[in-house]
Design a protein around this ligand. Structure first.
Ligand code: PA5
Length: 446
């Protein structure tokens, strides 16, 4: 099956030996089989593996809901955090024209506790009709719960309880949880996040699809991209040619050599949130049991003028994964100038993408020279289909990579620690002793 994504390891060949790579590829192949046969750690959360096989047949209800919401209001606020937020944000930011007046505007809430952010949002919403799509698998995550309370009150005051119900859609667990119960009680339209799909692997459920459809994008094409990549890397490809295996093996080989920070790099500012999504996927999946590559990201050439110095000459524990986008959606040529006072006459007549690609190639060579291994992940262009391929590729590679590392890539026990402390400090009933202890600690530290 067709894969539009390719992985090139030339830029790491002087940093890791072929033998080590082969050894880890064999391990990755074994773990792909384990994953497919649901025999690995956390296998109860591997439903995402096969989501592409059914998603293409299930987009109709999502599209119908999006059409209804779009006909009701020009704005939808999507409320969610982590895996219930980043996929939708990554996709819509990647596809949006940043300066165009959007036919339907998506705004995000509940991904921060900032009072100023939410206050500014409410001020904007005073002047417009809007819908709310609230996304939470557990239904009890504090940030979206607070934002949803605030927005629901605002919407109720604005349009009244009876009308409000048709302006809210909840995406949550099939049968339990606070959000599920509230949605049933208040009669919101609902979509289900399957039990066996964790947040960071949920972009192909309504969690990612409904916001994408609301923003006016082709969710069938996105689902087809995911399916084609699934057929390419998940099925019948237990060979060293499988790009998910190549990537998973290579990053573990680098990690074993002491390269403990991976920087995802793109040369397109529209991919900033794709990198945020990728960081959550890899950080939450692998960072546990005192192990794991630290996932970071930069956008070049912008950040060559800030982080470029560190990457070129700072501590040598970094490696890079560069997302190469072969073609841009539009054409723009550098114009000639009679005086050439800026000294860039030699670039005149070239497309900006050509200049961007030369910057990318030059930077890659400089970083390799400077002691930074560089992998290249190439995609044809930024559209729904290719993003579907890219995201499934990263998801599968992440699961395999986590198994190669020896962790459960589907849990996130560490996320609970801050929540416990926050609840105690906020005075949640039952946390009294813990509150006292923490307050004392805060005093001692001051
Ligand atoms: O990937 C994950 O599981 C997490 O990032 C969750 O998506 C995030 O914590 C939000 O959880 P919930 O959807 O339960 O509100």
């Amino acid at each position: 099956m067709k894969s539009n994504i390719s992985v090139n390891l030339n830029g790491i060949s002087s940093f890791v030996g072929e033998e080590e790579l082969n050894r880890l590829t064999v391990s990755a192949i074994e773990h792909l089989v384990t994953l497919r046969e649901s025999r690995g750690r956390g296998s109860e959360f591997t439903g995402w593996l096969r989501l592409p096989d059914s998603a293409v047949n299930e987009t109709a209800t999502v599209k119908a809901c999006a059409a209804r919401l779009r006909s009701q209001a020009p704005v939808t606020v999507v409320v969610g955090i982590g895996g219930s937020y980043l996929g939708a944000r990554a996709l819509t930011e990647a596809l949006n024209d940043p300066f165009a007046q959007q036919e339907h505007r998506l705004l995000f809430a509940g991904h921060t506790l900032s009072e100023d952010y939410h206050d500014a949002l409410l001020k904007y919403l005073h002047g417009t009709a809007y819908n709310i799509v609230v996304i939470s698998k557990s239904g009890t995550t504090t940030e979206p719960a607070i934002a949803f309370r605030i927005l629901r009150d605002h919407l109720r005051n604005k349009i009244g309880t009876a009308v409000m119900q048709s302006h809210i859609v909840a995406i949550t667990d099939a049968g339990r949880g606070a959000l599920h119960d509230l949605a049933v009680k208040e009669g919101y339209e609902t979509f289900v996040i399957p039990d066996d799909v964790g947040g960071r692997y949920s972009v192909l459920t309504p969690v990612g699809l409904l916001p994408l459809a609301l923003a006016g994008y082709d969710i069938d094409s996105f689902a087809r991209g995911m399916l084609d990549m699934a057929l390419s890397v998940r099925e019948g490809n237990d060979t060293a040619e499988n790009i998910a295996l190549i990537y998973a093996a290579a990053r573990n080989a680098l990690y074993n050599k002491g390269y403990s920070t991976e920087i995802l790099i793109s040369y397109e500012p529209s991919l900033v949130f794709l990198a945020e999504w990728w960081k959550q996927l890899y950080g939450e999946s692998e960072g546990k049991e005192s192990k794991g590559i630290f996932p970071a990201s930069v956008t070049f050439t912008t950040d060559l003028h800030s982080m470029g110095q560190y990457i070129q000459q700072g501590e040598r524990k970094l490696f890079e994964t560069v997302i190469h986008v072969a073609d841009s959606r539009n054409r723009l040529v550098v114009p000639g100038a009679t005086d050439n006072s800026d000294g860039i006459g030699f670039i005149a007549g070239k497309r900006m993408t050509e200049v961007n690609h030369k910057a990318e190639a030059g930077t890659r060579l400089a970083h390799i020279d400077g002691g930074v291994p560089v992998m290249l992940v190439s995609m044809e262009r930024i559209d729904e289909y290719n993003l579907g391929q890219l995201m499934y590729f990263f998801e599968l590679a992440c699961a395999i990579s986590g198994y190669v590392l020896g962790v459960n890539p589907f849990d996130q026990p560490g996320v609970e620690s801050y929540k416990k402390n926050m609840f105690a400090l906020l005075g949640k009933p039952g946390f009294e002793a813990e509150r006292q202890r923490l307050e004392q600690l805060l005093l001692d530290k001051q």
